[in-house]
Design a protein around this ligand. Structure first.
Ligand SMILES: [Zn+2]
Length: 182
């Protein structure tokens, strides 16, 4: 690879992400889908589960395979400021929140997404995607002009006093506990 080659190194974050849905292992997302422009990636375990449930519902609803495309996930402060320079801060009438749940300090709880049917690449309407996301995420915003949906798990990922996620301390699932303890 040439030094100024803009393409990411082969294999970077090319790792399937596994979660349990109703006790069954399932994997439709790869870590690279959650990268920032520099290739840093972070995704919360609950957010992965919410995405898999959203995908499952959309496939059932459309009676065909539906792809969820993550258009933006974790952001550094520099990523946020670059985005705000383009789209504006919300307190100045733009689309970018200063306290964005995409920031790394929130632990990878937020995603921006669109969805298309696999066969025809037809876009799932923004409001349809938004309403399905509302079943599985804590907070959803689906009125962006470019048609994407924002979804995050701002409530369930709130740390308890011990610093662990609230759901982790209640979880009887050893697999979930072991994932959260790393
Ligand atoms: Zn967002």
């Amino acid at each position: 690879m040439q030094q100024n080659d803009p393409r990411p190194p082969c294999g970077r974050n090319d790792i399937p992400l596994l979660c349990l849905l109703d006790g069954e292992p399932i994997s439709h997302f790869r870590l690279r889908e959650f990268e920032n422009p520099e290739g840093l990636a972070m995704v919360h375990a609950d957010t992965l589960v919410s995405l898999e449930k959203t995908r499952r519902d959309l496939c059932a609803m459309h009676r065909t395979d539906v792809w969820i495309i993550i258009t933006n996930a974790v952001r550094t402060q520099a990523d946020l400021e670059r985005l705000a320079a383009r789209l504006g801060w919300t307190d100045q009438g733009g689309a970018v929140a200063r306290d964005s749940r995409h920031l790394a300090r929130y632990g990878g709880i937020a995603v921006d997404l669109i969805a298309v049917t696999a066969a025809t690449r037809a876009r799932v309407p923004q409001k349809t995607l938004g309403s399905v996301c509302r079943r599985h995420f804590d907070f959803v915003k689906d009125d962006y002009r470019d048609g994407h949906v924002h979804a995050d798990n701002r409530f369930r990922a709130t740390p308890t006093q011990g610093g662990r996620g609230a759901a982790a301390s209640n979880s009887a699932d050893p697999w979930v506990r072991s994932v959260r303890s790393v």
